[in-house]
Design a protein around this ligand. Structure first.
Ligand code: BES
Ligand code: ZN
Ligand code: ZN
Length: 491
């Protein structure tokens, strides 16, 4: 899809759909005197757009024997913020697609006075890209309902910058969605590594992929144990972006289970069917790196993904095993389905020891419990550092991806104490509850005192419902959140 800004409307001929955002009871700012726009004004005056949950209304109008469809998008004046503008415009573009709009005009200046904040109007463009996405790679008959060209009619002076940033942010988010949507037979740990290498080459960051032998040399035994049951061996993916002359590097870690069957603590088939998405943390981190490098942020970043498959075979790890993690701490495995935290424990130790990062943010589809706690539209965060968490909070407000901080209550630690090792990987047998908190506490044990934020994206990374801004499947959650976080960490 080609998106551009136009400052003046020279020719209406090429458009088949016109998207008109408006605020109720506000005079339309259609400067053009053409009859056509007079007609639109008249339609709007005579229609009482009844409160429609979708905020979207359509009509058709004749222009020089040519039928134009109009999509009216109601913007509620008291709800003008990043999230509402993003979701509102997503609805408008989705409708446009449904009525087969190909060449589309957006009359943005009709509301530009009200959305005159860079982060807000930038979202109108992200909404266009993200609501136009469809994963149809494996459909022989391709989806045809896609917008091909989109002109924003607006005089906003730095709209060009918004176009550049929104394109980069959307491309990273779409890469994240594509990776999550790939079936597990195609997106193995090796393939995930190759995708990271390809992305690094194209957008400008270094990627090193370590194989099983090298991971063994690093003594990442907790990570290795999780991947033992599969012929698709583990890969440690390390991405490095240098955008600043300063020494300081910030760390990112993404959970990279390209499939989670649960292992011997096997999942019921219903919960297993979408477990190719258990690498959504890794995908978000790779997507974020793509945006960060494309936008040339002045910051240094190391991002690590411990990629593997959690499967069953005669070689798979077992409940009852005791693993010596890279940190030297012994972990009792009492549930092979609590595998993410095992891979993260070693990934965190690796990034601390080998890259000396000043902070760590991890994204992980870690617990089903986070869905019980917060639902699927908000990720849960955990942190040992208020200042760092504030950065993530700020980034979340800019990206529009919601978070909610939960406590790392020490009292719950009791439940991951082991009789035979330093720690155990699940609370099995305990009635303490707080499954997402105990998972975070487990990771914190390996973080020790580095400033850290853990983002549990088990609920937000995948949708079973079609949303205005996302088809069913991978949502792309986190790529823009992490990009905006990195932007706040620029020096
Ligand atoms: N990958 C799952 C978590 C998950 C659940 C992601 C739903 C996406 C949607 C994780 O590895 C897992 O299985 N967690 C267990 C932990 C338990 C065994 C302590 C869970 O949440 O049940
Ligand atoms: Zn699991
Ligand atoms: Zn998992």
């Amino acid at each position: 899809m080609e998106i551009k800004q136009i400052r003046e409307l020279k020719d209406l001929k090429k458009y088949d759909v016109i998207l008109l955002p408006f605020i109720k009871n506000k005079e339309l700012k259609l400067e053009e005197t053409k009859d056509f726009f007079e007609n639109i004004k008249n339609i709007m005056k005579s229609s009482d757009f009844k409160d429609n949950e979708d905020q979207v209304y359509t009509t058709s109008l004749l222009y020089n024997d040519n039928l134009k469809k109009i999509v009216f998008l109601e913007i509620k004046e008291d709800k003008i913020d990043i999230k509402n503008i993003f979701e509102g415009f997503s609805k408008g573009f989705k409708k446009t697609r449904q009525i087969k709009g190909k060449n589309v005009l957006v009359l943005l200046d009709n509301i530009s006075e009200k959305i005159n904040d860079y982060n807000i109007y930038e979202k109108t463009v992200e909404a266009a890209y993200l609501s136009n996405y469809i994963f149809d790679k494996y459909k022989t008959k391709k989806e045809t309902k896609k917008i091909t060209s989109l002109d924003f009619l607006t005089k906003i002076h730095d709209f060009e910058n918004a176009l550049i940033e929104a394109k980069a942010a959307s491309d990273g988010t779409i890469l994240c969605r594509d990776l999550v949507n790939e079936p597990p037979m195609r997106l193995t740990p090796e393939k995930l590594g190759e995708e990271a290498v390809k992305t690094g080459k194209n957008s400008g960051f270094k990627v090193t992929v370590y194989d099983k032998k090298e991971i063994e040399e690093l003594k990442m035994n907790a990570f290795l144990a999780v991947g033992k049951g599969s012929v698709n061996t583990p890969k440690l993916i390390v991405m490095e972006y240098k955008g600043s002359d300063k020494e300081e590097k910030i760390g990112l870690v993404g959970k990279g289970l390209t499939y989670d069957s649960g292992g011997y603590s096997i999942k019921p088939s219903k919960s297993m069917s979408t477990m190719q998405s258990d690498m959504a943390g890794a995908a978000a981190v790779i997507g974020a790196m793509k945006i960060i490098a494309t936008m040339n942020l002045k910051v240094n970043i190391v991002a690590v993904v411990a990629a593997c498959e959690n499967r069953i075979s005669h070689e798979a790890y077992l409940p009852g095993d005791i693993l010596e993690s890279m940190s030297g701490k012994f972990i009792e495995v009492n549930n092979t389905d609590a595998e993410g935290r095992l891979t993260l424990a070693d990934a965190v130790t690796y990034i601390k020891e080998k890259h000396k990062v000043i902070s760590i943010v991890d994204l992980a589809t870690l617990t089903g419990a986070i869905i019980t706690a917060l639902g699927k539209r908000r990720a849960g965060t955990f942190s040992n550092n208020d200042e760092l968490h504030e950065k993530i909070e700020k980034a979340s407000r800019i990206s529009g991806e919601k978070i909610w901080r939960l406590p790392c209550d020490e009292e719950l630690k009791e439940s991951i104490k082991s009789n035979v090792a330093d720690i155990r990987n699940s609370t099995q047998g305990s009635t303490i509850g707080g499954g997402s908190i105990t998972a975070a506490l487990f990771i914190e044990e390996f973080i020790e005192d580095i400033p850290w934020v853990h983002i549990d994206i088990a609920g937000t990374s995948w949708t079973d419902m079609t949303l205005s801004y996302s088809e069913k499947g991978g949502v792309g959650y986190g790529a823009r959140l992490i990009y905006n976080y990195a932007k706040l960490m620029e020096n």
